[in-house]
Design a protein around this ligand. Structure first.
Ligand code: AMP
Ligand code: ZN
Length: 139
């Protein structure tokens, strides 16, 4: 399934050129146009799934394996010191392209990049409220 209006469908299927670092029947991995660091790449399925909650389990498993394999190769060949794997779902979570993708972000000592969040505090009241909401959901 492809979406005619989706830029990642077009890139993944070769209709729009990209700086491809890996390709197989199901996935294309290409360099991000707005890289966080040297070698920042995106694992993109050739079929269209909007996000983590729309992608079938078996495709998700292969996407994770592809991120592992290509991440290891980028780390080794670019001599990175670490790798962040990032995956955003929904505008509130920073998703800007509504076609599932996994970011592979090689990290270098002192690269000056920040990928993270401001830690809050898990109070007893908050924990109870959350666990209550989750168990209510189960029923
Ligand atoms: P997200 O914010 O998780 O949806 O990530 C979308 C990513 O796609 C961003 O990091 C963009 O820089 C990247 N991006 C958008 N358009 C293109 C494109 N045409 N080629 C490569 N990367 C792109
Ligand atoms: Zn798409």
């Amino acid at each position: 399934m492809k979406d005619a209006n989706c830029i990642f469908c077009k890139i993944a299927n070769g209709e729009i050129p990209s700086r491809t670092v890996y390709e197989d029947e199901q996935f294309r991995v290409f360099l991000d146009l707005g890289p966080a660091t040297r070698g920042h790449a995106l694992v993109v399925p050739k079929d269209h799934y909007a996000d983590l909650f729309a992608i079938p389990e078996d495709v998700l498993a292969k996407a994770a394996q592809t991120a592992q394999k290509v991440g290891a190769s980028l780390k080794e060949k670019l001599q990175a010191d670490g790798v962040n794997i990032v995956q955003n779902n929904g505008a509130a979570a920073g998703q800007t392209v509504d076609h599932f993708h996994i970011h592979i972000i090689p990290r270098y000592k002192d690269d000056g990049q920040t990928i993270g969040w401001k830690p809050g505090e898990l109070t007893d009241a908050a924990a109870e409220e959350i666990l209550g909401a989750l168990s209510a959901e189960k029923k």
